[in-house]
Design a protein around this ligand. Structure first.
Ligand code: ZN
Length: 135
């Protein structure tokens, strides 16, 4: 695996959290993106080589809405860059990890992503991500 690409934080309202994180990080949100596959809106900040991704649910019973209902706002996942997401998924499956999708999905930021079930990762939701090859 390569580096931590971003840390995902579940928030109730981007309209509150974007100004908060702009103050906190002393940098501007540089992108807001709707991710259809997950029914979330994401807002990105650069923190050196890594990014912070704020996630707001677009639906009342979406993944992020349910996470916040259960645990409150806070760190939702850690995303790790991989060179070959298909090879990593194969390797992790053999190691006994549970993948939340059989094939990579299209995530934010033009990436292919796959999540690992937190049951086998000490409760931490891990996102594998790989930059999509330019078509
Ligand atoms: Zn993410």
């Amino acid at each position: 695996m390569l580096n931590i690409e971003h840390i995902g934080i579940a928030v109730s309202k981007l309209s509150n959290s974007i100004p908060l994180f702009e103050k906190l990080l002393n940098s501007q949100c540089y992108k807001i993106e709707l991710v259809e596959s997950e029914a979330v809106t994401t807002a990105f900040f650069k923190t050196g080589e890594t990014k912070i991704e704020l996630l707001e649910s677009n639906t009342e019973d979406g993944i992020i809405a349910r996470f916040i209902a259960k645990k409150g706002e806070g760190v939702h996942h850690i995303a790790i860059n991989v060179a070959d997401i298909y090879a990593e998924m194969e390797r992790l499956k053999k190691e006994g990890f549970i993948l939340l999708s059989e094939t990579p999905k299209t995530g934010a930021d033009n990436k292919l992503v796959c999540f690992l079930h937190p049951k086998n990762t000490n409760g931490v939701l891990i996102e594998l991500c790989m930059k999509k090859k330019e078509a």
